[in-house]
Design a binder for this molecule. Sequence first.
Ligand code: SF4
Length: 113
Amino acid sequence: MCWIWGLPKQAFHRPKLAAFRKNAALSNKKPCDGCWAASICAGGCYHEAGIRQGSLLSPNLHYCQWIKSWIETGLNAYARLSVQVPDFLDNLSMLRGHEPLPESIYKKVSIIC
Ligand code: SF4
């Protein structure tokens, strides 16, 4: 298995990188079809897939349960914070130098909910 996307002094070889991205697309990982976690997991880490599955393009099916439980933990924490301490995530984001979210986004969220 040899993947060459470029050399450090010459930057990425854009056509090879583009071909890899196309082949590695989630839509090509059939075992992931219909998985509720796919938009976050996307089949997992390429390097780990190469080591464990023998192909950088394979989904990391060995850790589906693990990644799903972590996503559930994150979603549960997010939901609890949103209800119990609604300003926490905005304040944390601003501590990291991000701009506050515009008020209009809250109107969109309330429409969705
Ligand atoms: S959790 Fe498993 S099935 Fe779902 S996207 Fe990730 S690797 Fe694919």
